[in-house]
Write a protein that binds this ligand. Structure first.
Ligand code: PLP
Ligand code: COI
Length: 363
């Protein structure tokens, strides 16, 4: 573990109260900030390679008011989890895929990409520095949040000359309700991201734009919003998760150039195809098809609907509220395919099922 003076360590102000892991209520961790012992990071100046990744005791970051990240949103992030298995081993899930997606985002946002191996090593280092914060198998996960920001100054709109990559971690439980049904509000009033914009990368601004519609949904008692495309015909995705439906032996995954290419949906696709022998397609899903409306009346609505994401895992959707009507899916109960997929995915993540795909990395 590298602990040394670096440009990154000079940015950290040690002004936060680190949470003593002994004081954590492991049965009720939820999805909220907890300050763990160490954060890590590294800086790149003028597109040069990053300095060595450095771990430092947790704190806040010192940024100029004119930082491009703060003024113009040059900021992207990732999300992945470390899971402790009953064998005591701690596993990361598909860390190289997060590295690849962050590098894609960095290119689009004119920031210095992080080489995959460096990203992977940084993630392993940060987990090992915070081992006491990894929840037991059935209590949750250690959520890992890599950030890449334009930390240099810029008054006119310009890319930052300095990029800071940093990682913090946090013990988490469920983002939604685990393997219990959630209710979702389908909106025609807001779009998440334009077609040729940055919906396909984890740009922080995508989530800022979703706060208002998300609040409307929550105020009405829904867990989240489901966005449609710019014509309000096809499903895009839920605020922080991809959308999937099951009809007979088919798993259909909502595809669009403006949704995030989720690593969880990709894993679910593979498991459904290879372990459950389902027909799996990535395609545009008309909302009418999901709900069995109009041209899809004879087909009827989806048997099961769920959303997937690192935070959301596999979250079953029991009701879709659309045009002032609640469309109940599968009697508002967790469907058999959803449950099987959840068990298989979770089993691989905690090392209880064989990892036939080489998805896990032991820290
Ligand atoms: N869509 C959005 C907008 C997200 O924020 C996420 C979460 O990362 C996902 C989909 C799912 O992606 P993944 O499965 O890679 O976590
Ligand atoms: C994740 O699932 O990792 C995400 O990034 C979603 C998040 C906005 C909580």
């Amino acid at each position: 573990m590298q602990k040394q003076e670096s440009l990154f360590s000079k940015k950290i102000i040690h002004n936060v109260q680190i949470t003593d892991p002994k004081t954590i209520d492991w049965d009720n961790i939820g999805f909220n900030p907890i300050h763990t012992a160490y954060v890590g990071g590294m800086v790149s100046l003028h597109g040069e390679p990053y300095e060595p990744f450095t771990l430092v005791p947790g704190g806040t970051i010192n940024l100029p008011l004119s930082a491009v990240a703060l003024n113009y949103g040059q900021s992207i992030f990732e999300g992945l989890k470390a899971r402790k298995g009953r064998d005591g081993k701690i596993r990361l899930f598909r860390v190289k895929d997060n590295a690849r997606r962050l590098a894609d985002g960095a290119k689009r946002m004119l920031m210095t990409p992080i080489p995959q191996d460096l990203f992977k090593k940084a993630v392993i280092d940060i987990v090992n520095a915070n081992l006491e914060y990894v929840p037991a198998t059935d209590k949750g996960s250690l959520y890992i949040r890599p950030l890449l920001i334009g930390s240099g100054e810029g008054l006119g709109v310009c890319p930052s000359y300095e990029n800071t990559f940093c990682i913090y971690v946090c013990p988490v439980g469920n983002y939604f309700k685990g393997l219990s049904c959630i209710n979702i509000l389908v909106t025609k009033d807001y779009h998440r991201a334009p077609r040729k914009g940055v919906g396909h990368i984890k740009a922080a601004g995508n989530y800022a734009a979703g706060l208002y519609p998300g609040k409307i949904a929550k105020n009405k008692g829904y867990a989240e919003i489901l966005y449609l495309d710019h014509e309000c015909i096809h499903v895009e995705e839920v605020g922080a998760a991809n959308f999937l439906l099951v009809k007979g032996n088919k798993l259909i995954i909502a595809e669009s150039e403006s949704v995030l290419p989720g690593i969880t949906r990709d894993s679910v696709a593979k498991i459904a195809r290879e372990k459950l022998h389902m027909e799996v397609t990535f395609e545009k899903i008309p909302i009418d098809k999901a709900l069995g409306l109009h041209a899809y009346k004879d087909e009827g609505r989806a048997d099961e609907v769920f959303c997937t994401g690192t935070a959301a895992v596999i979250s079953p959707i029991g009701t879709l509220h659309y045009h002032d009507h609640d469309y109940v899916i599968g009697n508002n109960e967790v469907g058999p395919v959803t449950k099987k997929l959840y068990d298989l995915l979770n089993g691989i993540q905690i090392g209880e099922y064989a990892d036939d795909y080489g998805w896990t990395t032991i820290c």
